[in-house]
Write a protein that binds this ligand. Sequence first.
Ligand SMILES: [Zn+2]
Length: 203
Amino acid sequence: MTALFLRNKTITPVAGLELDQTQRMLLAVLCCLPLMEFGREGLHGWSELVVYPDAFRVQRSHIDAAGVLHEWDDELIGESWDSGPLILSWADVQADIADPHAGFCVAVHEMAHKLDALDGAMDGTPPLPRDWQRQWAHDFQHSYDQFCAQVDAGEETAIDPYAAEAPEEFFAVVSEYHFSAPALLEQQMPLVAAHLRRFYGPR
Ligand SMILES: [Zn+2]
């Protein structure tokens, strides 16, 4: 799968970053980690991995209901566009590798968004057989609602509170835990952990 990734995806280091063959392979391995069970269809729909040396700034804009244009800067360590490039911060990829059981893996996070978007809707549910998708949506919604209530109440959470941002972020964040802290995820959200074991393969 890694060989396929390296053959089919253009890896573009930007902003002065240089990547050697070993570093490119490492990126490919991390991006393919979530595809071991899902398979090569998980690589469909996009062609480029852009790698920044560090966290990067992006300009956001939004026109609100009153027609007013809002613009602001966001600092990101990863980004995944619908059918566009997957973008990673090399410093954060290295930090994930240096501390592999901390619950973070930005490459897995962005690949989860890619898998989520395969069915045309970035909503926290990747393409699945019908019955499983129904069960997944039910169990994820339940865990997401519970988690959001905890975060809203100001409770300390074992899982990164960024997961409360949106259902698609919830899926991407728990995917990181599946690969880097599966015991913690199992203890906190056993139903979600079981779906992810089936989706990504056992850890
Ligand atoms: Zn995300």
